[in-house]
Write a protein that binds this ligand. Structure first.
Ligand SMILES: NC(=O)c1ccc[n+]([C@@H]2O[C@H](COP(=O)([O-])OP(=O)(O)OC[C@H]3O[C@@H](n4cnc5c(N)ncnc54)[C@H](O)[C@@H]3O)[C@@H](O)[C@H]2O)c1
Length: 261
């Protein structure tokens, strides 16, 4: 039990990486607050955790709204009396940000709001509670796209997703330095492509699926549990000397690009 008794808030816990992380953390003894903009999805994750014998509570809300971000932090404190770990996994791609036909500017704003501002807002409200709990660990979901450009044909230079994740990486470094004296560690994970709802449009097409697999030297895309395991390490005391770090979990995606340049 690597997280026994730790209160962990996980945003975007209704799907993909956030859901897998919530389930993994609960299996390691964490008291999980599963938050998502979809109440139903958060409740479903909580049900899965409880069915497996874990402890969890659901909290809805939009991470890009200050009041909601505060509300999910308070939900964790109300339920478990403390806050030790936050995983900022709520996120959207440019593809899924808004209905087709939305302006390029509206898509840019939406992706930045959810991915970057949402990470900031939840962290902002979480820090005082973590201080009261004697320290903690914030884990942000950046991306391999914080470190490299989009593959040709898969995005485009004006895609806000890379910029939002680059922002998450730099926010992580900055906050880590600021929070070190408070005993709060702040790290981010840079996953390669992971098979979730977010990437379904690409993985559902055999051609793009094969092309993506070819970009990962391990010969497969990531699974949500690959990322949940990395988050577990960063949340646990085993990572006591790790802060301000981008943890790359990408099947060799970036190493291959570095080798090519
Ligand atoms: N899947 C990948 O290949 C991949 C790679 C690198 C990084 N990431 C990042 O990992 C995180 C999780 O992605 P995923 O693949 O699990 O996606 P996903 O679409 O499966 O899950 C994202 C969850 O976030 C929730 N969400 C969206 N907007 C929200 C908001 N405004 N407030 C609260 N919740 C909101 C969604 O309802 C959904 O349940 C994201 O930040 C994503 O950018 C994903």
């Amino acid at each position: 039990m690597r997280l026994k008794g730790k209160s962990a808030l996980i945003t975007g816990a209704g799907s993909g990486i956030g859901r897998a992380t919530a389930i993994r953390f609960a299996a390691e003894g964490a008291l999980v607050t599963a938050s998502d903009i979809s109440d139903a999805a958060a409740v479903e994750t909580v049900a899965a955790i409880r069915e497996a014998g874990g402890e969890a509570t659901a909290a809805g809300g939009d991470v890009a709204q200050d009041g909601d971000a505060n509300g999910m932090v308070q939900a964790a404190v109300d339920a478990y009396g403390r806050l030790d770990v936050v995983v900022n996994s709520a996120g959207i791609s440019a593809r899924s940000a808004l209905p087709e036909g939305a302006s390029h500017e509206a898509v840019w704003d939406k992706v930045m709001d959810v991915n970057l501002k949402g990470t900031y807002l939840v962290s902002w409200h979480a820090v005082p509670e973590m201080e009261r709990s004697g320290g903690g660990s914030i884990i942000n979901l950046a991306s391999i796209m914080a470190l490299v450009g989009y593959p040709v044909g898969m995005g485009g230079g004006f895609n806000p997703y890379n910029a939002s994740k680059g922002g998450v990486l730099q926010f992580t470094r900055n906050l880590a330095i600021d929070m070190a004296s408070k005993g709060i560690r702040v790290n981010c994970i840079c996953p390669g492509y992971v098979e979730t709802n977010m990437t379904q449009a690409l993985t559902g097409n055999p051609d793009s699926y094969a092309a993506l697999k070819g970009r990962h030297p391990l010969g497969r895309l990531g699974q949500p549990d690959d990322i949940a395991n990395a988050a577990l390490f960063l949340a646990s005391d085993e990572a006591a000397f790790v802060t301000g770090a981008p943890l790359i979990v990408d099947g060799g995606y970036r190493a291959r690009l570095v080798a090519l340049t």
